[in-house]
Design a protein around this ligand. Structure first.
Ligand SMILES: *Cc1c(COP(=O)(O)O)cnc(C)c1O
Length: 380
């Protein structure tokens, strides 16, 4: 089958001549809530929408507490601080991710160790993590150390790639066994469930992103999901300049951060969240139509959600036969009105991380040569 049939299918599906990859939709109370911010002058770092958005997201994800941040990246940075990752610690993560995951580690002075992903999830493999720990780790005083470098291995940061949950039960298990803190990069997976439970709620902290291209958006913003009230409170404290509450005094008891989300962004978020289940349903319907269509396309496979999961299908994925086919497909679709993208350049191939340890990354490299993201906006 020629690629023209594919681009025609995508254009018909989205009923557009030029189809973008992922754009937001605003069909609810967005304008009303924004007007309310302006009318009341509460546009900045305090306001009722901030509190409400935190409550609404906590309720939606069924975590005990949620704390908003200025972005997904700042949510990740703060999550790692709260998981007590320190300078010169090592953190096990995937090379197949968006740069923000590794940037957040670097802000702390921690070192990523890149471990392979699973073929059925595209996310960090708990089986590969276990293998690496068994081979390279040594436990002393309930802490894991890398035998080669002597550094402490403090945490594991899996990312739920394009909304597909990783094998979370197994990851929780291996983290317990090796005394590792689990911090989930759930930036792409709001609305995605693993065995009925929301991604980002399995570890000590989970980070969400509400950037403009994500499933719901606040313009820019993020959220941390907690199970522990004390830790959530401390997170809120650190993200708001660590100011000691007082009616007029300015006293601070830690190095704090201005990682707040302004009220106008939270207002957008409240309105978006009211429709999230419709958005996820729409994305899943699109995924299903792609799946049926690509069944009849030779040499291209549509990537489907892992077993026992409900994926939000944030960005749909097709797998091409090899690197040459991938490049040809990217060229044709982008030349013909259908926006498509390859996967991010692998982290271990970037100059900042090229000397980091890896476990060989067999599946990771297999995906890098084949993945193409195809249009995935909500259709309402
Ligand atoms: C979007 C994203 C983030 C956070 O991005 P922000 O733009 O800072 O909100 C982090 N990790 C991954 C994997 C992402 O896709």
């Amino acid at each position: 089958m020629g690629y023209k049939k594919i681009t025609n299918f995508v254009k018909d599906l989205f009923q557009e001549e030029k189809v973008p990859l992922a754009v937001p939709v605003f069909v609810g109370n967005e304008k009303k809530y924004l007007d309310d911010c302006i009318d009341t002058t509460f546009v900045s770092s305090v306001g009722a929408y901030v509190d409400r958005f935190e409550k609404d997201v906590a309720e939606y994800t069924k975590c005990s507490h949620a704390v908003v941040t200025a972005s997904g990246t700042t949510a990740l940075h703060m999550s790692l601080i709260l998981a007590r990752v320190e300078q010169d610690d090592e953190v096990l993560t995937q090379a197949l991710t968006f740069i923000a995951t590794c940037n957040a580690l670097s802000y702390i002075g921690a070192h990523p160790v890149f471990i392979d992903v699973d073929k059925d999830t595209m996310g960090l493999s708990p089986f590969a993590v276990r293998e690496w720990c068994a081979k390279n780790g040594v436990i002393k005083d309930e802490q894991l150390f890398n035998k080669k470098t002597g550094r402490r291995v403090k945490a594991v940061v899996p990312m739920h790639t394009f909304g597909h949950p990783i094998h979370l039960d197994e990851m929780v298990e291996v983290c317990k066994e090796y005394h590792l803190q689990l911090v989930e990069d759930a930036a792409e997976s709001i609305g995605s469930l693993y065995k009925g439970k929301h991604t980002g709620t399995f570890g000590v902290v989970g980070a969400l992103s509400f950037n403009g291209n994500k499933t719901i958006t606040t313009g820019g913003g993020g959220m941390m999901l907690f199970q522990d009230e004390k830790l959530a409170e401390f997170g809120k404290h650190l993200t708001t300049q660590a100011k000691v509450p007082h009616r007029w005094e300015f006293k601070h008891d830690h190095i704090g951060y201005n990682y707040r989300m302004p009220n106008i962004n939270a207002a957008l978020g409240c309105a978006q969240l009211e429709h999230i289940e419709e958005y996820v349903a729409s994305k899943r319907k699109t995924a299903n139509e792609y799946e049926q269509f690509f069944k009849n396309v030779p040499d291209i496979t549509f990537f489907t959600e892992p077993e026992n999961c409900r994926s939000n299908y944030w960005l749909n994925v097709v797998l091409l036969k090899d690197k040459v086919a991938q490049q040809n497909f990217l060229q044709y679709t982008n030349d013909n009105g259908v926006m498509t993208r390859p996967i991010w350049e692998l982290m271990n191939r970037l100059p900042m991380f090229e000397n980091c340890e890896t476990d060989g990354l067999k599946n990771t490299e297999w995906f890098a040569d084949r993945v193409v993201n195809i249009p995935s906006s909500v259709r309402i």
